[in-house]
Design a protein around this ligand. Structure first.
Ligand code: HOZ
Length: 427
């Protein structure tokens, strides 16, 4: 496959952008080839700068559950843009999207819009600290909640990809307030909570980890966190930036029946435009400025274009049978890939929840970050490159998740399975 244009665009980008990319994993550094530069996308497919077309399972890292360029979302953005791209002042659309989100999550009584998932988690943690009067927070090894200082400790995603789980530049004095525990290990969480009794403001968790590959919660794990938080006056922050409106209309909390005190959202609620949000119980949210003293602000918060794209997207997700379609397509792909993996001499295992999944290059099971790190990342790189050459775009890291859209056709899925059979056989 000719990728000369992408290669020269990458070379040029590297002269003015660190690593040639605006987010590290996009550089394809861990999969042994240069990144493809994207020219356009429609439905399940993206086209690179050389005109090569790929079936896309990155979906902009989650938001494109409708597929790329859904006509209703494009129309909403175009119509809104015609009357102004940004005002830095309230609009009715912000309340409309807020009402839609509150309608989907019974534990979100009030919500504030921001511009990214990073802003959402960073602000939710400040709010949890301000509300409880406590400084320490607990996160899980391998979970990624954006790149705010206090959250770049034993983090997944790009940090796992590049083997630097705690970033240089985070002062030890900041990181000391961030405690970590093992995902899916309730005893470990209880141990940390007991050693820091009365000092933990919050526990923040990805209810389905999506940044160490895809790792579902073990039975009873989320319930156990809820019980512990209630007993100890700790706020439970459920980071649904990736899973919100993805694994069910009401996200992982609807799916597993466990509710957070605060919830972080992003990705799908912006329909592909830059957005994030955090919300929760009225009493906690009212501690935010200007009602309360915890400060948080943003010129582009509640941006009209992002609100319009989000509203149009959520309207479409409410169609009868939408999540059933995502489930059926994902289950079909799962079966096909598991069969295809039978051709491989290397062990692989598969994790999936709804339209979010990952193929680990190891025997498994993968229940936490230490398990995920046992994967054969060289084998993943070979598999990734073979799939790319067959026209399948996967996330360029073993430690990221894949995403299904409703636009993936039967033909797309069969082509993917065929490409995977070839890639596994050649490993
Ligand atoms: N680490 C992000 C996904 N988990 C990557 C986002 C991006 O590169 O756009």
């Amino acid at each position: 496959m000719n990728r000369q244009t992408s290669e020269s665009l990458f070379a040029k980008a590297k002269t003015v952008i660190p690593g040639g990319v605006n987010s590290p994993v996009r550089a394809f550094k861990s999969v042994g080839c240069d990144p493809i530069f994207i020219k356009k996308a429609a439905g399940s497919r993206i086209t690179d700068a050389d005109g090569n077309e790929y079936i896309d399972y990155v979906g902009s890292w989650g938001p494109m559950i409708l597929g790329h360029c859904h006509p209703k979302v494009v129309e909403a953005i175009q119509q809104t843009a015609a009357s102004g791209a940004s005002f830095g002042a309230p609009t009715a659309r912000e309340t409309e999207l807020a009402e839609m989100v509150c309608g989907a999550y019974p534990n979100i009584e009030k919500i504030r819009m921001v511009s990214s998932g990073t802003e959402a988690t960073m602000s939710a943690i400040r709010l949890a600290r301000g509300y409880t009067g406590r400084d320490k927070i607990l996160k899980f090894d391998g979970c990624y909640h954006g790149h705010a200082d206090s959250l770049l400790v034993k983090a997944g995603s790009g940090l796992a990809t590049f083997g630097v789980p705690t970033s240089p530049g985070v002062p030890a004095d900041f990181a000391k307030y961030t405690l970590t525990a093992t995902y899916n290990d309730l005893e470990d969480v209880r141990r940390v909570a007991a050693a820091n009794k009365g000092e933990l403001a919050c526990i923040i968790i990805e209810p389905i980890a999506g940044n160490m590959g895809c790792v579902p919660p073990a039975a009873g794990f989320l319930e156990g966190l809820r019980t512990l938080c209630d007993a100890e006056g700790i706020l439970l922050i459920i980071d649904e930036v990736m899973t919100g409106f993805r694994v069910a209309y009401g996200g992982a909390q609807e799916r597993f029946g466990v509710r957070g005190d605060l919830v972080c959202l992003g990705k799908i609620i912006g329909g592909g435009l830059p957005v994030g949000a955090f919300g929760g119980k009225r009493e906690i949210m009212d501690a935010l400025s200007p009602e309360g003293g915890v400060y948080q602000a943003g010129t582009l918060s509640g941006n009209p274009l992002a609100m319009s794209a989000g509203i149009a997207t959520l309207q479409l997700l409410q169609q009868e049978g939408f999540y059933q379609q995502i489930e059926e397509k994902s289950a079909y792909l799962e079966k096909g890939l598991l069969d295809a993996a039978g051709n491989s001499s290397l062990p692989t295992c598969w994790n999936r929840v709804g339209g979010m999944f990952c193929n680990f290059f190891q025997q498994g099971p993968v229940n936490n970050f230490a398990d995920a790190l046992k994967s054969d990342t060289d084998a993943f790189g070979r598999f990734f490159r073979s799939m790319l050459d067959s026209g399948i775009n996967l996330a360029p890291s073993q430690f990221e998740a894949g995403f299904m859209s409703v636009a993936h056709s039967q033909d797309d899925l069969d082509q993917t399975i065929e490409a995977a059979a070839k890639a596994f056989a050649a490993l």
